[in-house]
Write a protein that binds this ligand. Structure first.
Ligand code: FAD
Ligand code: UDP
Length: 366
């Protein structure tokens, strides 16, 4: 065999794996079906602004090992994500905090806000939440659920909130403080030179073949390395033997505007069902670029079909049951390792991908 590892996918998972194994003296080759490296964290400089080509990517973690690891490749700025939600003619702070409660109900103290939430919860009468709708109502009550969660979630996932798993909404903090930081994590920021620069450093000196899809010449690629690290869709790898997993797609509509400041914030969510996009991001606000122009992207959720980019796994019970069968099969493989969001069918943020990649490397070394 010519290589120790064939790594399918140059996203964060594949790139960390390739970097660590090359450092350990192994010979790696990375193949990537897109025409650039980095997967979904790819950024491209336009008008002196780092454009997040596949949607807003804010790095956040509470894991010191992960934070120190990623800081080898870049410095981070001090960006704190504080998105604002628009519902009809009003704006609300996110995540759900004292500002949101004031805007929603006029409550001014934690005691008043808590009393209001308790009253709302009592009226709804949910004791053991079974799905996203019940979980959301039992966290913040029906007012916030109806205005800030239901419409956004149903367009994001293309499903009724009753059919979605509760864990999705538990990603969002609920706080009785005036704190608009979207994340609870200890560390947060955006790489000073964009994410692509991070991946370039990881892949420096490693053979990378762009616009190369593993499935277009599977036999060839299977015989080029002792082991395969696969970060694409696991159901496709197994030729859909146990059925197709479901994914959620996205469409991005990006515009350059001849003005300095379009919306005054990096992320604004549109929570009404009737507005077809979920959020508008204004890229310069992630890094405070002084460009005289600005670039914005509208993010439209989309039905996923084979051939489209698979952005999100849809981790409901049906899909997770199918995934378990693939996982069982994957565990028995001696020479194939599955990793990343699509390889393990998990709704993972970047920090979790880094943790998983480092754990996989450690296991491989032993
Ligand atoms: P990917 O980035 O998907 O990389 C997989 C790579 O494999 C891709 O480049 C793909 O083209 C390639 N590939 C797939 N199949 C093949 C094949 N057959 N042959 C060759 N190549 C193939 N995380 C955060 O921490 N903070 C955020 O703010 C955040 N925002 C997000 C916003 C959006 C809209 C999305 C979709 C995700 C967001 N994430 C965020 C999650 C983050 O993108 C992922 O955690 C991370 O990018 C996953 O890395 P990965 O390597 O697993 O996957
Ligand atoms: N969410 C919502 N309203 C919002 C923002 C998020 O209801 O204004 C819900 C929605 O269900 C979403 C989930 O919270 O899928 C997680 O949001 P997050 O911002 O973490 O999603 P991501 O950035 O991964 O798309």
């Amino acid at each position: 065999m010519k290589y120790d590892y064939l790594i399918v996918g140059s996203g964060l998972f594949g790139s960390i794996f390739a970097y660590e194994m090359t450092k350990a003296g192994k010979k790696c080759i990375v193949i990537e079906k897109r025409d650039h490296i980095g997967g979904n964290i790819y950024t491209q400089k336009q008008e002196n602004i780092n454009v997040h080509k596949y949607g807003a990517h804010i790095f956040h973690t509470s894991d010191k090992r992960v934070w120190e690891y990623i800081n080898q490749f870049t410095e981070f700025n001090n960006f704190i994500n504080s998105p604002v939600a628009v519902y009809k003619d009003k704006m609300y702070n996110l995540p759900f905090n004292m500002n949101t409660f004031y805007q929603m109900w006029g409550t001014k103290t934690p005691e008043e806000a808590m009393a209001k939430i308790e009253e709302q919860k009592r009226e709804a009468g949910i004791t053991e939440p079974q799905n996203l709708e019940e979980q959301a109502i039992s966290l913040v009550g029906p007012d916030i659920y109806t205005k800030l969660i239901k419409g956004y979630t149903e367009k994001q996932w293309g499903k009724d909130c009753c059919e979605l798993p509760a864990f999705i909404i538990k990603r969002l903090p609920v706080r009785l403080t005036f704190d608009n930081n979207y994340f609870n994590d200890r560390y947060q920021g955006i790489p000073l030179d964009g994410y692509t620069n991070v991946i370039e450093k990881m892949l420096d000196g490693i053979e990378v073949k762009l616009e190369t899809d593993f499935f277009e010449d599977r036999k060839y690629w299977e015989n080029i390395a002792d082991k395969i690290v696969f970060t694409g869709m696991i159901d496709q790898y197994y030729d859909y033997e146990y059925g197709r997993l479901e994914y959620r797609g996205l469409k991005f509509e990006t515009e350059t505007l001849d003005m300095e400041n379009f919306q005054g914030n990096a992320v604004i969510n549109y929570t009404e069902r009737e507005i077809p996009y979920t959020r508008i991001i204004e890229h310069k606000h992630f890094e405070g670029s002084d460009s005289p122009k600005t670039i914005i992207t509208r993010e439209y959720p989309a039905t996923w079909k084979p051939g489209d980019e698979a952005y999100y796994p849809v981790n409901n019970t049906e899909n997770n049951t199918i995934y378990q069968k693939y996982e069982e099969k994957a565990k028995k493989e001696e020479n194939v390792i599955f990793g990343g969001r699509l390889g393990t069918y998990k709704y993972y943020d970047m920090w979790k991908i880094i943790e998983e990649a480092l754990n996989t490397v450690e296991k491989e070394m032993n």
